[in-house]
Ligand binder design. Structure first.
Ligand code: NG1
Ligand code: MG
Length: 494
């Protein structure tokens, strides 16, 4: 069993060299809490955003990815009081207060997006988890104030930061905690209440991230292994300043991809000889591996090649329409995705974007899964440092091409930013997170970072300033060098 979420009494245990800045933030939050609720919070919890270095849109298909936790996080201040859940935000003019009952079985209204839905989803997730362990306490009223600095809708997983910190705060307010692995599993599950069919990478690394190392995150069961990055490698994050909200566009983008991948898995399994009824139970493309394996005579390492060959052979290149897929699978889509409201919306919206593209989605997933392992192998291998950096850059560029051409999750702004970054000397540059906007991550040689950032500011962000998309004073928040930072924690400060 994994260790519980750590509890610290000193901010320096979490924030290291950034402790002074963090101290000021915690003091401001404590003061705002006191003003709002008339008492100080009993404790705090925090969980960070993340940047995914490689392995995009494959966590929900069961494949490993390779992210690292960021310094940018969400802090939740909490106190047990009253008989309701009062959820407030330190930026109260932007994020209004919400009040919910303490009933853990209440529904999250995913159709009406509200920022506090993330807290409620985490709250429900905690109680479901505790009930499954036979340890659920009687629900108590809670006063909560949230302070998040992970940019929203930018692919840095602000959603996992708020969901995980809310979950730890809720557990800790009841005097409880959970093993990190369990917390990663239940927070990934409960984020679905907000209406996104997300995978589990973000929550896992937000909880289990560590300073100075990226993490290989694997699933079923969720686990994280250190991957030390080569000396001299700096990952620069830059925000395209195009916001991609999953609540607004999920039906034709993120959630539709999860539907397409599952349909591709089922269609492949049927083509590989599995009886339709059995095949329709499959959830992910990884589930098809044993079938592919059983047909392979060569080494296991050629699975992804065999899988890609099967996708090319058995799935049509052109998009399918609903009728074609239902014929192929021998059942209606509504029966296959029964009870999954988000999938239902995506199925209804698919004709607006030309139908279901099964082949290109499967090709991306199988190859991207391979790239994650290749990236890990370069990091842990013993090639000279400069070779390592160049190899990692190539893998990142391949991932970007695949996201753009096969998974169709890039956009004009990301492409423009990436082109600028490649010209400015990035060894590799790609979108990170879900895409369709949000951030890029670029691999830059340590000694070249300053000049790189200057060039990108000049060639991409200058224009954004003149278009009013960002204030000149805030440029350091939209392009910055990142370092792997600590994962989630409960803070009972002295
Ligand atoms: P972002 O865009 O950072 O929220 C999302 C998913 C991940 C993963 C990536 C694509 C959520 C909470 N997270 O990340 O699980 O699928 O897209 O690799 O939706
Ligand atoms: Mg998210």
């Amino acid at each position: 069993m994994s260790d519980p979420v750590p509890t610290f009494s000193d901010l320096s245990d979490v924030y290291g060299s950034e402790t002074e800045v963090a101290k000021a933030r915690f003091q401001t939050l404590e003061k705002a809490f006191l003003e709002r609720f008339g008492s100080k919070p009993e404790l705090f919890a925090r969980s960070p955003g993340r940047v995914n270095l490689i392995g995009e849109h494959i966590d929900y298909e069961g494949y490993a990815c390779l992210p690292m936790a960021l310094r940018q996080d969400t802090i939740v201040a909490i106190r047990k009081a009253g008989d309701q859940l009062v959820i407030t935000n330190i930026k109260s003019s932007e994020y209004p207060d919400y009040t919910f009952s303490v009933d853990p079985s209440q529904k999250v209204d995913a159709d009406n997006h509200a920022w506090a839905n993330y807290y409620l989803a985490a709250y429900k997730g905690c109680f479901e988890y505790l009930e499954s362990k036979g340890k659920a306490p009687p629900p108590a009223g809670l006063q909560v104030m949230v302070d998040g600095i992970v940019p929203l809708g930018s692919g840095l997983s602000s959603s996992a930061a708020i969901t995980c910190s809310s979950a730890f705060a809720t557990l800790a307010a009841h005097g409880l905690n959970a093993p990190q692995g369990d917390a990663a599993t239940f927070t990934a599950k409960c984020e679905k209440y907000v209406g996104t069919e997300s995978g589990g990478m973000d929550q896992a690394v937000s909880i289990m991230g560590k300073p100075n190392t990226a993490m290989l995150v694997e699933f079923n069961p969720v686990r994280a292994t250190d991957v030390v990055l080569p000396a001299g490698a700096t990952f620069v994050i830059a925000n395209s300043l195009t916001v991609s909200s999953k609540q607004e566009t999920g039906a034709t983008r993120y959630n539709l991809r999860t539907v397409e991948c599952r349909l591709a898995a089922i269609a492949l399994a049927i083509s590989l000889g599995q009886p339709k009824e059995e095949a329709r139970k499959l959830q992910t493309l990884k589930d098809v591996e044993p079938l592919i394996q059983s047909r392979l005579s060569g080494p296991k390492s050629s699975i992804s090649h065999a899988a890609a060959a099967a996708a090319e052979q058995y799935l049509q290149k052109e998009p399918y329409d609903q009728g074609q897929i239902e014929g192929l699978l021998g059942a209606s889509l509504s029966s296959i995705f029964e009870g999954n409201k988000a999938a239902g919306k995506s199925i209804a919206a698919a004709p607006d974007v030309g139908g279901f593209r099964l082949q290109s989605r499967a090709l991306h997933v199988f190859a991207e899964a391979d790239r994650v392992l290749a990236f890990r192998d370069v990091c842990t291998g013993d090639a000279p440092g400069e070779h390592k950096l160049e190899s990692l850059g190539c893998i990142m560029d391949e991932s970007q091409a695949s996201c753009r051409d096969l998974y169709h999750c890039s956009c004009a702004e990301l492409e423009a930013l990436i082109a600028v970054q490649k010209k400015a000397g990035a060894l590799g540059s790609r979108l990170t997170g879900a895409g369709w906007g949000g951030c890029t991550v670029s691999l830059v040689r340590e000694g070249a970072v300053e000049a790189f950032i200057r060039a990108v500011k000049d060639q991409y962000f200058k224009q954004c300033i003149s278009e009013g998309k960002v204030a000149a004073a805030n440029l350091d928040e939209v392009i910055f060098a990142s370092r792997p930072a600590s994962g989630g924690a409960i803070l009972k400060l002295k």
